[in-house]
Write a protein that binds this ligand. Structure first.
Ligand SMILES: [Zn+2]
Length: 199
């Protein structure tokens, strides 16, 4: 009988986040345990937290806005931070910033509190002493954003189905923040958990 050395999956409850260190060479598997749930990811270099994940550099070097298996995610200094080794979903977004309290307040026209990926990421990185405004455009795992020929964008129901996953490998030591997205419309009107495991 084969003995598994893999640790069990960690669960990020609905509308919450997690922060952890990913060493160079380690792999991060992110799974949607239910249909149609998005997970936002952002990261900083451990050696210098002013080096951060860059959507613009990643889109530029990969010549696509739809990053998947075989693509690398770059930092603002053009270094590879993460490589996408496997991807059973095939659709992620790298255009949108994480949902934020202000975004919800503007949308609702009130000042009520609403959980958000931005707040959860800031909390995940709170021990790093970084300014919250440095949390930039996230790699939005499983988020389905369509762009039409006129350049108009629309958030569509995620294509991800229960058990779909993406496997990323760190190419430098990273501080990673990961969320179960808090925005009901992005997640087909029902916010659900996200599972992850470091391998
Ligand atoms: Zn979100």
């Amino acid at each position: 009988m084969e003995v598994s050395t893999l640790s069990p999956f960690c669960c990020i409850p609905a509308q919450r986040g997690a922060g952890f260190k990913l060493r160079r060479g380690q792999k991060l598997r992110v799974v949607s345990p239910e249909d149609m749930q998005v997970a936002d990811l952002f990261c900083y270099s451990v050696s210098d937290v002013t080096e951060t994940l860059s959507s613009g550099r990643s889109i530029d070097y990969n010549d696509t806005i739809y990053l998947t298996q075989g693509h690398d995610l770059y930092s603002n200094r053009s270094n590879v931070m993460l490589s996408v080794l496997e991807d059973s979903c095939g659709r992620h977004d790298f255009l949108m910033t994480p949902c934020s309290l202000r975004m919800f307040q503007i949308g609702a026209g009130n000042a009520d509190h609403h959980p958000s990926c931005h707040e959860n990421l800031v909390q995940a990185f709170q021990d790093l002493g970084i300014a919250e405004d440095t949390v930039g455009t996230t790699f939005n795992l499983f988020m389905n954003v369509e762009v039409n020929s006129q350049g108009l964008i629309s958030i569509q129901p995620p294509k991800v189905r229960a058990g779909d996953y993406i496997l990323l490998q760190a190419q430098m030591d990273l501080h990673v923040g990961l969320t179960a997205c808090s925005h009901p419309e992005t997640n087909h009107f029902h916010c659900k958990p996200i599972h992850y495991r470091i391998e």
